[in-house]
Ligand binder design. Structure first.
Ligand code: COA
Length: 157
C-alpha cells in the first residue's frame, strides 16, 4: 500500500467522480485545467492509494499557517485534512488508516471535520473532539490530533 501525491490531470479528475464527496473543489480543478490556469500533471492537494491502476482511497491536505491557528498550543502550522474517503468495496482493509498515518508522518497537528458516522474510525486513529463555539455555529464538529509536545489552546481546555 503506497500513498502518492495526486497530479492534476484529466485521468485523476475522472477518477474523482467515483467518490461521494465530489464537489466544487474538483470542478474548479477541472476548469483550471481546461483553461490552462494550472499545468497538466501539476501537484494537487490530494493524496491517494491505487489498487492496480484504480484510485481506491483519497484525502486532501492543506497546511494552515500558524498565524491562523486557533486550536493548538504552542500556535503553529497545522494540517487540515479533508475528503478522506475509501471506495465502498475497499473499506475496512486498512486504506483509511494508511492515509491518516501518512498525514501524521509530517509531524504537524491535524484538524479534520469528520463525515457523519465515521467517528468510531477517527477515535481509533487517536483524534479527539474540540468544543469551540465558532465551529459549532458553522455546524462543524472538528476533530484534532496532537503530536507529542502539543496541547490544546487555553480557550479550548
Ligand atoms: N467505526 C469504528 N471503527 C472503524 C470504522 C467505523 N466506522 N471504520 C473503520 N474502523 C476501524 C477498523 O476496524 C480498523 O480497526 P483496526 O485497526 O483495529 O483493524 C481501523 O478503524 C482502520 O480501518 P480502515 O480499514 O483503515 O478503514 P477504511 O479504510 O474503511 O477507512 C473510512 C475508514 C471511514 C475513511 C472509510 O470507511 C470511508 O470512506 N467510509 C465512507 C463512508 C463512511 O463515512 N462510513 C462510516 C461508517 S458508516
Amino acid at each position: 500500500m503506497t500513498v502518492v501525491r495526486l497530479k492534476v490531470n484529466f485521468k485523476t479528475l475522472e477518477e474523482f467522480k467515483q467518490f461521494k464527496e465530489y464537489g466544487l473543489q474538483e470542478l474548479s480543478m477541472l476548469e483550471d485545467l481546461e483553461a490552462n490556469i494550472v499545468e497538466d500533471d501539476s501537484d494537487s492537494p490530494f493524496y491517494g492509494i491505487y489498487f492496480g491502476d484504480k484510485l481506491v482511497a483519497r484525502m486532501s491536505l492543506y497546511q494552515i499557517q500558524a498565524k491562523f491557528d486557533r486550536y493548538f498550543y504552542p500556535p503553529q502550522d497545522y494540517l487540515e485534512l479533508w475528503k478522506l474517503e475509501v471506495l465502498p468495496d475497499y473499506q475496512g482493509k486498512g486504506y483509511g488508516k494508511e492515509l491518516v498515518e501518512f498525514a501524521k508522518s509530517f509531524g504537524l497537528p491535524i484538524k479534520t471535520n469528520p463525515r457523519v458516522k465515521s467517528n468510531g474510525f477517527w477515535e481509533k486513529m487517536g483524534f479527539t473532539s474540540v468544543e469551540y463555539e465558532m465551529d459549532r455555529d458553522r455546524g462543524e464538529n472538528p476533530l484534532v490530533w496532537y503530536p507529542e509536545g502539543v496541547t490544546p489552546q487555553e480557550h479550548l481546555k
